[in-house]
Design a protein. Structure first.
Length: 240
């Protein structure tokens, strides 16, 4: 199994790794800081691989493939198992997604606490995030979203620490609200990675997050859409 370095340190911008296999322009490594998309609703990380020759090749996509992470390069390269490479993350892109990801947890917690709303879909890109919620039974769902964004920004402004730790699966699933994705339990693994914003939210989550909500700055509501009785969609971006 590839070691997912971003789960231990979301701020890791560069890392060394050993090539395990190569398939066309896909390179597989023993460890990686590239978060694969669309895992966990986040878009792919991008960046570069520095080859043993010193050449720097663009990583245009990272994706999950058979329990591994494929680093899709802009062109095929002459690499073989055992070669050492250096990965470099497009940090500006990643950091924007980290901010939106943590903000999405706060927003989901606010809507869950007030309406019992579960997340029914979503996707985070550097420019904006979109989330779908089951707000059936909420008459004025647009007002609910507007109020939730205001409350989310109030919480973000409180400069809360974001804690990341591991729990056994059985222990984690005893926590109320640990899963806020409708109809989806975490994967069948012995330990679950937990992301906690004290007093606000506790979720099983495998993606990169900021260390403190103050880093986010705040979010701006961009658009609302109805995608059906159980899918109300909100689009939002970072405050500039």
């Amino acid at each position: 199994m590839v070691k997912l370095l971003f789960q231990e340190d979301s701020y890791l911008k560069e890392f060394d790794a050993v090539v395990t296999r190569v398939s066309g322009n896909k390179v597989f490594l023993d460890q990686t800081a590239f978060h694969p998309g669309p895992s966990g609703g986040l878009d792919t990380d991008k960046g570069w691989l520095v080859l043993p020759t010193g050449d720097r090749v663009e990583v245009v996509q990272a994706l999950e493939e058979g329990g591994d992470v494929a680093h899709v390069l802009a062109r095929a390269v002459n690499l073989k198992p055992g070669d050492r490479v250096r990965g470099v993350i497009d940090w500006e892109r990643r950091y924007r997604m980290m901010k939106l990801h943590t903000a999405s947890h706060v927003l989901a917690a606010v809507l869950y606490k007030k309406y019992g709303a579960l997340v029914t879909g979503g996707h985070i890109q550097p420019e904006e995030a979109k989330d779908d919620f089951d707000l059936s039974g909420v008459e004025d769902w647009k007002a609910a979203f507007q109020q939730a964004v205001e409350e989310t920004n109030r919480i973000i402004g409180g400069c809360l620490e974001v804690k990341v730790y591991w729990l056994s699966r059985d222990e984690a699933l005893k926590i109320p609200g640990i899963v806020k994705l409708a109809g989806r339990l975490p994967p069948e693994v012995e330990k679950l990675r937990i992301v906690e914003i004290p007093g606000v939210d506790v979720q099983a989550d495998g993606g990169p997050h900021v260390k403190n909500t103050c880093e986010i700055g705040g979010i701006v509501l961009k658009k609302l859409e109805s995608k059906g009785a159980k899918r109300k969609r909100i689009y939002y971006s970072l405050k500039e």
